[in-house]
Design a protein. Structure first.
Lengths: 126, 387
């Protein structure tokens, strides 16, 4: 817990809040790589969006292989994206602030992931 | 454009027909519709189907079915609009007759879904969603509808319990439909205690899959008058189709199905009718949330008020707007590419007064609405009993 609080107070996190993601409105690709054209569909219509958002809706999908959280995220700036959330469904609510996570999984090659913002931010947003 | 008459209807029970081929299922429904119409030849065959290529390995259903039923070289084509395939096939057939190109045509919707490994079926069904934006995030159809229902409960401060009425009414109507997949009924307690599939969608919020086929014979007025001299003729007086973004995330407002609004109003305008002249509505209750959104976006209930409308106005057979009169997709079953043709068959039986125990009192006008995806294709038809 204490480590999470310190990380969110650290000056590096403040600079990271200015990171932008590239959202392609033609195919929906959202990437944290700086692109001039979309790697998926070659569109030049990329919009830089903040890497924060809030949960517009979510559901816990139960499968034989386990559960996961599917969500619609409203990015700061207004666009909706479909994504999974790295969290237990019990801790989530519509309106909860989330942040983009680069997909580093070797087993999952596609899709967007978000995770809830730290406790400090959740407290400040109440 | 000429009027279009519905000459004949036929259907097979929605269920597990694992031993039968998809061609055989379709042929049974076709022959039933042709017998009902008193017709042995048609000018063209239109087939509605979504999954066959993926789950049975059989594509190209037009000639497969046509050559089995007619043994000649009748024109045939298959139409795929996901779960809206049946309605889309009826629309294309109606356009062919209405335009004057053909006098009499056969439409059949058919699907085989049972006996398929669940993950393969789930993947095939998910192809109706946006692959790049939704399926890459493991979004299944249940998941996408759960997102809608969750947001609905939040925006309108509603409860899951409010939706129970859609399940109760549909399942009750299916108990007396010998062609229905689920005939056991559903009480409120069943609805509330059923297991969650994707929160807040429980088992009774979702429709039953199954194998099925339903067929309709459409004809121009001159042909219809010759064939059904002493029988009630039902006319197709409105036919409209509208589309929307494939993905939920691109929708103008995810809780407002723009294509439902467009399609409903276009069909009503064609028919010269108003909402309160619709005596029954075979809507697309693949999920209870879609039933609610259809009533609101279609203009029957105010925004956020569909469940209140259902309780206060009545969606049961004696209510102000009966829906799912034979069980709907919910309980009669949802053999996805065929559901749209089942809707036309059931609405026709109601208007003819041939619905038996399921008869709605003296209906004159019926609306059917078949939806592909989460509202990306919406086909609306209005049927009217001839004077």
């Amino acid at each position: 817990m204490a480590t999470v609080l310190l990380e969110h107070l650290h000056p590096v996190q403040h600079r990271a809040s200015h990171r932008r993601l590239a959202l392609c409105h033609d195919c929906g690709r959202l990437s944290d790589e700086h692109e001039l054209t979309c790697q998926c569909c070659s569109s030049e219509g990329l919009e830089l969006v903040p890497h924060f958002g809030e949960i517009y809706s979510y559901t816990v999908v139960h499968q034989d292989s386990g559960s996961f959280v599917l969500a619609l995220i409203r990015l700061t700036g207004g666009s909706l994206v479909t994504a999974r959330i790295h969290a237990d469904g019990h801790d989530l609510r519509i309106g909860l602030r989330v942040q983009f996570e680069a997909n580093k999984s070797e087993s999952v090659s596609r899709g967007l992931f978000f995770s809830p913002m730290g406790i400090t931010n959740s407290y400040l947003n109440q | 454009m000429r009027n279009v008459g519905i000459l004949g209807v036929g259907q097979i029970p929605v269920g597990k027909h694992e031993a039968a081929t998809i061609g055989a299922l379709a042929a049974r429904a076709c022959r039933a519709a042709l017998d009902d119409a008193g017709v042995t030849e048609v000018d063209a065959v239109f087939v509605g189907n979504m999954l066959s290529a993926e789950v049975t390995g059989q594509s190209h259903l037009g000639p497969l079915i046509t050559s089995a039923v007619f043994h000649d070289h009748t024109e045939s084509v298959a139409i795929n609009a996901a779960c809206g395939s049946g309605g889309a096939a009826v629309r294309q057939a109606a356009l062919a007759v209405s335009s004057g190109v053909y006098d009499v045509v056969l439409v059949v919707g058919v699907e085989k879904m049972t006996g398929i490994p669940r993950d393969r079926l789930t993947r095939a069904l998910a192809s109706a969603a946006d692959f790049e934006r939704e399926v890459t995030n493991e979004a299944s159809f249940v998941g996408l509808n759960a997102l809608l229902m969750q947001r609905y409960l939040y925006e309108y401060n509603a409860m899951r319990l409010d939706f129970s009425v859609f399940a109760e009414v549909a399942h009750h109507n299916a108990t007396t439909n010998p062609n229905a997949r689920l005939r056991g009924g559903c009480e409120q307690e069943d609805y509330l205690t059923a297991r969650m599939v994707a929160d807040p969608i429980g088992l009774y919020d979702a429709s039953a899959i199954g194998d099925g086929a339903a067929a309709v014979v459409l004809a121009c007025p001159r042909y219809a008058a010759r064939s059904r001299k002493d029988k009630v003729v039902v006319d197709l007086v409105g036919s409209a189709c509208a589309s929307d973004t494939l993905s939920l995330q691109e929708r103008r407002d995810p809780l407002w199905l723009d294509a439902v609004e467009e399609s409903t109003h276009a069909a009503l305008d064609q028919a010269g009718l108003y909402h309160d002249e619709i005596d029954l509505f075979e809507l697309h209750d693949a999920f209870t949330i879609i039933a609610a959104l259809s009533l609101e976006s279609g203009g029957f209930a105010s925004r956020g008020m569909a469940t209140k409308f259902a309780h206060q106005q009545g969606i049961h057979r004696q209510g102000k707007l009966p829906i799912s009169t034979f069980g709907g997709l919910k309980a009669r079953g949802h053999p996805v590419g065929a559901s749209g043709t089942y809707q036309i068959v059931e609405a026709t039986l109601q208007l003819r007064g041939e619905a038996g125990v399921n008869q709605v009192p003296s209906p004159s006008v019926a609306m059917t609405q078949n939806i592909g995806g989460t509202g990306a294709t919406v086909v609306t038809h209005i049927l009217k009993r001839s004077a």
